[in-house]
Write a protein that binds this ligand. Structure first.
Ligand SMILES: Nc1ncnc2c1ncn2[C@@H]1O[C@H](COP(=O)(O)OP(=O)(O)O)[C@@H](O)[C@H]1O
Ligand SMILES: [Mg+2]
Length: 237
């Protein structure tokens, strides 16, 4: 795969259920996202945005198709490695609508959890976590509990956590849904900065039209396929 490409999906299919409960969600989706790109994923509720992110994130099994992450073909009609959990931990940072920080761990413990699971020492992971928290302007909250932070601060801590394993790919599912418009703009600008400065590919699901001009490109799901549009041509349904 060419060295600019972070994510490449070819002819991907996904359905759920059997018999009367059968639903086909994605039918032959093909698209790619480059390193350094912040791409919005916009489509009506139920169109399959979360399902698509979860397949790229090696969480949800596709029915068939091909997925490359960086140079690695990870899926071709089946997972090509038994170590999908390791791929997920090492290559991908997830950010969700709710921050999902672990409530009984303080902020720095939340941020260092995955790096330490990946074998990074306590000292090294804490040093890097403090740098990230400084970057996100919440270093003074490092030893506070999530319940002591505002919504925006918790979401920034969640982004710091997503970055702590130096992911090549960030998958963000409505990361600004719980934030006011100023905080939303801050978070998306931050994601853009990370994409540009660290050459990370970011896919961000959003329902907020105001975020689209901050993104490089917009992906939509139409007729169960993924379509790429310029930011100025896209609308939120
Ligand atoms: N685990 C599941 N079992 C059955 N149906 C599911 C499951 N997950 C998602 N779906 C269905 O797949 C479709 C796409 O869901 P989802 O990806 O969550 O959409 P979006 O994130 O765009 O709102 C919906 O019709 C949803 O009900
Ligand atoms: Mg969703």
């Amino acid at each position: 795969m060419d060295s600019k490409t972070a994510i490449k999906v070819e002819n991907l299919y996904k359905s759920f259920g059997k018999g009367d409960a059968y639903i086909s969600v994605i039918e032959g989706a093909s698209f790619s996202v480059n390193k350094g790109e912040l791409v919005a994923l916009v489509a009506p509720s139920g169109a399959g945005k979360t399902t698509l992110l979860m397949m790229i994130g090696c969480v949800e099994d596709p029915d068939k198709g091909t997925i490359w992450l960086g140079d690695d073909k990870v899926y071709e009609n089946r997972w090509l490695t038994k170590e999908t959990r390791r791929i997920r931990r090492e290559k991908i940072g997830f950010i969700f609508q709710a921050h999902y920080l672990i409530p009984f761990l303080n902020i720095i413990e939340n941020v260092t959890l995955i790096p330490q699971t990946n074998g990074i020492s306590k000292e090294q992971s804490e040093k890097e976590a403090l740098e990230l928290l400084e970057y996100f302007d919440i270093k003074e909250k490092a030893y506070a509990m999530p319940s002591e932070l505002s919504g925006g601060q918790n979401q920034r801590a969640a982004i710091a956590r997503a970055l702590a394993n130096h992911p090549q790919i960030i998958l963000a599912d409505e990361p600004t849904a719980a934030l006011d418009s100023k905080r939303s703009v801050d978070v998306v600008k931050m994601l853009k900065k990370i994409a540009t400065e660290q050459n990370v590919a970011v896919i961000m699901v959003t329902h907020d039209e105001a975020m689209l001009p901050l993104c490089d490109r917009v992906l939509t799901i139409e007729d169960k396929k993924v379509v790429s549009k310029k930011s100025e041509e896209a609308t939120v349904l």
